[in-house]
Write a protein that binds this ligand. Sequence first.
Ligand SMILES: *Cc1c(COP(=O)(O)O)cnc(C)c1O
Length: 490
Amino acid sequence: MYISTRGNSPERSGKEVIALGMVPNGGLFVPKHIPEIDWRELETLNYPDLARSILKLYLPEFSDRTLDQAVNVYRSELFSSENPAPLVQVGNMGVLELWHGPTSAFKDMALQVLPHLLKESIQSIAQFNKVLILVATSGDTGKAALEGFRNVPGIEIAVFYPENGVSAVQERQMTTTEGENTYIIAVKGNFDECQSKVKEIFGSKEIKGDFLKGKYTFSSANSINWGRLLPQIVYYFWAYAQAVAKAQIKAGEFINVVVPTGNFGNILAAYYAKEMGLPIKELICASNQNNVLTEFFQTGVYDRQRPFYLTSSPSMDILISSNFERFLYEMSNRDEEKVKTWFGELQSKGKFGVDLQTLAKARDYVKAGWASEAEVKDMIQKVYTEQSYVLDPHTAVAVRVYQKYMECTGDSTYTIIASTASPFKFAGTVLQSIISEQITENEWENLAQLSALTGWTIPMGLQGLEKKTVRKVEKTTPSEIPHLLRQLFL
Ligand SMILES: *Cc1c(COP(=O)(O)O)cnc(C)c1O
């Protein structure tokens, strides 16, 4: 069963929380108990079977048929490699490549699974309604969700992205999506504004009431939805098993995990893996110049009133990390009153501070750091020159923060870097970092050049994007989003 971080919901089943997306009047669903498992029993499983075991622990009421369909995505042609999440040794790091899915970002690992779970979930709460999925994206969730939900019967999906806040490839991936049930909306604003508006709609009785009359129920494909986080827990167990199989570590030995972080979803999945019994020593939270989380771990104050930077790692350009609420809920020893106060203050005053006990526990669990734009470019070049390995800018943030962590601590624990995107999604930045010369403004040429230079193949989903038909994209402002939704759907 699942409960709310703000104590404002009855206990709900997995089906209900996946269908609802978030707690209707604010707050996020978390598992009431975090199950422990013996990772040794999972070590010999293949990826789909491992995923099935972990999903089943949290979603016991789902039919075998649904769970099978859900995990079978990992053995389908949707994933370009036989191993959907290979661990590649790069120098002293284990790089966990999470971008072999159809849209070349780690979001596919969960968003290919979620539609299967949602189909069964919907029937439990809104049997006769259509479901309208609202997605705010900082670049990668949008395309991954559009692909996952494209032409799924009974479901329509609307994706909101910041007009100037995503990479050229990310934008073109979204605007060339097919499907009768997909809607794409460019918003004049940043990701935080998109996400806040979407959350506001989830919390608005009036808007929800109007849509209910039109036979629509809302749901979410953002990582506020538990159905997004759950499949992400799996690959940390998988990474561990690979490190053991490759003799990088002995079974039972502790590892560190570094995660390039935006909405705090991916690193939270690693936290759950740790709580379930996976031997993780340090969770290292890596941010770009939008370093609101690094500051929190230094000071205990979360302050979103600060400049918002557009960086070369756009999927981490976030100042309101939604899943941090789940993390602080656990760090405060599940004090729902405190969580309610903190996140109320974040909304009303733009900041909050936590008590010393909570901060101490948070620091104990997570080490945090950030990397500047110049450091990211240097890192891409250095790793390419020394290791012939091509990092995307998000992964480069993680590698740079790991390097700083090692300089400070001398910690030689085997470390896994979550690699969240293919470098080809950010070809211009990557190419420029490697060759340090002026490059063309034509991103499609940059893709080809990066491939020619490195010998790496352009992922299928990114090939020929420039020739595909671009569809109609709606344009709006954050405050006009509810109005536009009414126009489109009611
Ligand atoms: C979404 C995303 C992130 C941030 O992940 P969170 O779960 O939001 O912390 C990092 N890198 C890439 C490439 C992403 O698409």
